[in-house]
Design a protein around this ligand. Structure first.
Ligand SMILES: [Fe+2]
Length: 283
């Protein structure tokens, strides 16, 4: 067991280095039940306070390198309209977005977050909680473990992620707002369920759940099948999150269009690996 790892994760509470310990087995069972039912599970105070400070500091040190984007976007993360579809199709609904990322390729070599993401223990724990194996770290060099920044007035509208599984690590909470809302299992491979998606975008609250995350909490989330958003950040303090991601396909990366819109640039890998997805879902 690496010494640095012990100073990041609260292994006393969550001994994820030993997946056979009764303590961690119980936690995995709870997470699995939550994930199966709600696509989402929270592990409180997963990150130790000192490590949280380090993450906060490493992000603030590079805050000028955060790519902020205000491009309006649909729930499938596209900004281009498709006039061949009916006017009220959810793909033709574009929503305000004001949100930024510190891309993963800009992280310092000795970054705390990058280190955590690269640990096998974390990957195996997440895989056990999901009840899915194997899962892989995301091959996308910009998006794989990006810091997410939402400044005051920032907003992230309803959308699906292009990666299957996302961790959210709350680093800094805003004074008000910036609430994560989600609609579990609203689509599945081969079934986009456009009608229900449209209802939610139009304001129907029947399926909507809210999640309260405190700094240090870890959330595990099935973002590709769960429509989700973050409400407007209010007050003067920005909302900082880190979102390490895991995928079923170790080869795939974001589409060039998606990468440009969200992360501000396209790398050769995005063009080389731009193929139709096997799950038949749009992103
Ligand atoms: Fe997302």
């Amino acid at each position: 067991m690496n010494d640095r790892f012990k100073n990041i994760v609260d292994l006393g509470k969550y001994p994820i280095q030993d997946l056979n310990s009764p303590k961690i087995k119980e936690i995995i069972n709870k997470c699995k039940t939550d994930l199966d039912q709600f696509s989402c599970s929270t592990i409180p105070n997963f990150i130790l306070p000192k490590s949280l400070e380090i993450m906060n500091a490493e992000l603030e040190k590079q805050i000028d390198e955060v790519y902020m984007s205000k491009q309006s976007i649909n729930a499938y993360l596209y900004s281009k309209d498709d006039p061949s579809l009916p006017k009220d199709h959810p793909k033709r609904i574009f929503m305000n977005r004001d949100n930024g990322y510190l891309n993963s390729d800009l992280f310092a070599r000795d970054s705390e977050m990058k280190f955590l993401y690269e640990q096998e223990e974390l990957l195996k724990f997440v895989s056990a909680c999901l009840g899915i194996s194997p899962i892989y770290r995301w091959a996308d060099p910009l998006a794989c473990h990006a810091y997410n920044v939402m400044k005051p007035e920032g907003i992230l509208p309803w959308h699906f992620d292009s990666c299957e599984f996302t961790l959210s690590l709350m680093i800094q909470k805003p004074e008000k707002g910036g609430i994560f809302e989600y609609c579990p299992n609203i689509r599945e491979p081969g079934n986009e369920n456009f009608e229900e998606v449209k209802k939610v975008i139009d304001g129907d609250r029947t399926r909507v759940r809210q999640l309260k995350l405190e700094p240090g909490d870890l959330q595990i989330f099935k973002g590709r099948f769960t429509l989700h958003r973050v409400t407007k950040v209010e007050g003067n303090r920005s909302r900082y999150l880190c979102i390490p991601a895991y995928v079923l396909d170790p080869w795939r990366v974001n589409t060039p269009e998606h990468s440009k819109a969200i992360y501000g640039k396209v790398l050769p890998i995005h063009i080389e690996r731009n193929l139709t997805r096997s799950d038949g879902l749009t992103d």
